[in-house]
Design a protein around this ligand. Structure first.
Ligand code: ADP
Ligand code: MG
Length: 278
């Protein structure tokens, strides 16, 4: 493809995350507003660069109305920077909603949480159950990576790249912030798998209900202990038993007893809800 940096105009910087900067951009030919994520690969080894390229190629194949749409990538060799161009999500992210509601002491409507639950499940289905190819794991599901569109539909972003950019094999480097969403198997230094994404999704949904993560602690050691025990309070009592049950299933400490995405979608609670929503 012949896309170059010159095809775009930078409108503003949205923010800088743990491994790059996101900018709001405009495509010159038609004025379409998009974002790009700038990643400096200058310090990467050949192997890491190869991994980054293959992960970015995978993003292109993920097609779901509930996943941030990938458009293109530009590699600027002089600046050792890759620009990943994607859909601009102007509805904000779940982290912003959670902190706003927490500040105002207002719980979110149960219907809104079900909508997020169903759509996130569908987004993960697209990645975990790929017809031809290996599963793509999200690896960094957190409220800040779940965007909303104007109609409050989910747009899951920041797929897969965490593996390359965070060096998941080295525990200490894995997370920059407090790893509230880290699954018990990761706490125990086992490898990341599809079920770890399910756990993180359970944490995100729990936080939407309670306005705080299921496991909180003031030190890493204490947090690890709580996660291993899998001991959390019920979501606030204003929420239904069905919602509590399904979120609790996602937060099962044993990988084998935690449902896969297929099992979640086949769960009568989820099936019943979807029937009511469509
Ligand atoms: P983080 O490590 O916090 O996820 P990112 O680099 O992914 O950092 O994002 C930086 C900022 O850009 C965040 O405020 C995020 O909400 C925003 N952002 C990322 N992707 C998009 C997008 N597709 N549309 C709109 N805002 C985005
Ligand atoms: Mg992000």
């Amino acid at each position: 493809n012949g896309t170059t940096l010159d095809d775009f105009e930078v409108i503003s910087t949205i923010g800088t995350g743990s491994y790059g900067t996101c900018k709001k951009i405009k495509r010159k030919k038609d004025g379409k507003v998009l974002v790009w994520k700038e990643l400096d690969y200058g310090a990467m080894s050949e192997t890491e660069k190869q991994m980054l390229v293959s992960e970015v190629n995978l993003l292109r194949e993920l097609k779901s109305p509930y996943i941030v749409k990938y458009y293109d990538r530009i590699i600027d060799r002089a600046r050792t920077t890759i620009y990943i161009i994607m859909e601009y999500c102007k509805g904000g992210d779940l982290a912003t909603i959670i902190s706003r509601n927490k500040k105002d002491s207002v719980y979110l409507d149960e219907d809104f949480i079900w909508k997020i639950l169903i759509q996130l499940t569908q987004a993960l289905q697209e990645c975990h159950q790929r017809k031809n190819g290996r599963a793509v794991l999200h690896r960094d599901m957190k409220p800040a990576n779940v965007f909303l569109d104007m109609d409050k539909n989910v747009k899951l972003g920041d797929f897969g790249l965490a593996r390359v950019l965070h060096h998941e094999t080295s525990f200490a480097n894995t997370y920059v912030g407090t790893p509230y969403y880290m699954s018990p198997e990761l706490v125990n230094n086992m490898s990341y798998n599809e079920k770890s994404d399910i756990w993180s999704m359970g944490c995100v949904l729990y936080e939407l209900c309670a306005l705080h993560p299921p496991f909180v602690a003031s030190s890493q050691t204490e947090l690890n202990r709580k996660i291993r025990l899998g001991d959390f309070d019920r979501i606030p009592k204003r929420y239904s038993e069905d919602l509590n049950t399904i979120i609790s299933k996602m937060l099962h400490i044993e990988v084998t007893k935690r449902p896969s995405i297929e099992e979640l979608l086949a769960d009568p609670i989820v099936v019943g809800r979807r029937a009511k929503m469509d």
